[in-house]
Design a protein around this ligand. Structure first.
Ligand code: G3H
Ligand code: 13P
Ligand code: ZN
Length: 303
């Protein structure tokens, strides 16, 4: 179980393993180039919609190619919704799966997670579970009804009952561009309580993108129309000192890629070769990933 070894090593040595989603080939290339240059281990994540986008056979081929790279790399199913997609990912050669039962009642989340752990472990595949529901937050807490921070007591019970290898928690971050209203805040106080009750379980932070203004600005000055938003900039500076051993980032690479391509298109109206603008996108993703590896994860030279 390569991923769990990677996470335990990170937890022991005080760094974070970057878990980067790839939505297309160019983003994958930028991410891999960044990890090779910085000598960083990496978890390359694929959502169910990304599996559908690539198609099973092409994705299988890509995974075989990824295996040739001389770095600790784990291929991971992000936000698996049910046993069917878990089985599909394992049959495609994934090393690890997430089962996301976070919106289910506790009892049902335990049930599905336990089933997935039993199946995945029998195939030598590790499992990430999730407890707590991510949402937009402000200083007072989460903004939407029904969404909740992770309860530390329940976290202990959940890990014991399910046997998950790592646990994703809700402490203020959110998926996508819009994470906070008002002053951004991550509830490190809740994290400390969780760490105390599950000291040997690597913790996963979803919704970790920094959402830098420079990307939104570049999109908008080049014909885009994206709402300005504030992400996790500065909030994750010391996360590597905690038990957060895996951080998930996707939005940052979507922004890095799209902003550069928009600019390229505007500045080069006569060009139409996809490799020309694709390359601009790859380089932008690479720079963004290198920054996250060095400044947030401290995983450079840990391969
Ligand atoms: O957390 C979710 C990821 O950002 C995946 O999004 O389903 O659009 O690939 P997606
Ligand atoms: P971001 O939207 O902050 O990139 O989070 C991605 C994520 O959590 C994927 O699971
Ligand atoms: Zn996520």
């Amino acid at each position: 179980m390569i991923q769990i070894k990677m996470l335990k090593k990170a937890m022991k040595e005080g760094y974070i393993v970057p878990a980067f989603n790839f939505a297309n080939f160019e983003i994958l290339k930028g991410l891999i180039d960044a990890c090779v240059e910085t000598k960083s281990p990496v978890i390359l994540q694929v959502s169910e919609s990304a599996i559908n986008y690539f198609g099973d056979e092409l994705l299988k081929g890509l995974i075989l190619g990824i295996r040739k790279i001389k770095l600790p790399i784990s291929i991971h199913l992000d936000h698996g919704a049910n046993m069917q997609v878990v089985k599909r990912a394992i049959s495609l050669g994934f090393d690890s799966v997430m089962i996301d039962g976070s919106t289910l009642p506790f009892k049902d989340n335990v049930k599905i997670t336990k089933q997935v752990v039993k199946f995945a472990h029998s195939k030598g595949v590790s499992v990430e579970g999730e407890l707590g529901v991510l949402a937009i937050s402000n200083d007072d807490g989460l903004l939407s009804d029904g969404e909740r921070f992770t309860d530390p007591k329940q976290a202990k019970e959940f890990v014991e009952l399910t046997g998950v290898d790592s646990l994703a928690i809700s402490i203020g971050t959110n998926h996508g561009i819009k994470k906070y209203v008002g002053k951004p805040k991550i509830r490190y106080d809740i994290l400390s309580k969780i760490e105390k009750v599950i000291p040997n379980t690597p913790i996963v932070l979803h919704g970790a993108s920094l959402v830098e203004q420079k990307y939104i600005e570049k999109i908008n000055v080049n014909g885009g129309d994206i709402e300005y938003a504030v992400g996790n900039a500065n909030l994750l500076k010391n996360a590597y000192k905690t038990h957060i051993s895996k951080i998930n980032m996707d939005t940052d690479f979507r922004l890095a890629y799209t902003s550069e391509i928009r600019e390229y298109m505007v500045e080069n109206p006569t060009k139409y070769c996809p490799r020309a603008y694709g390359k601009a996108g790859v380089l932008s993703v690479k720079e963004c990933a290198k920054n996250r590896i060095v400044k947030v994860c401290h995983s450079n030279d840990k391969a």
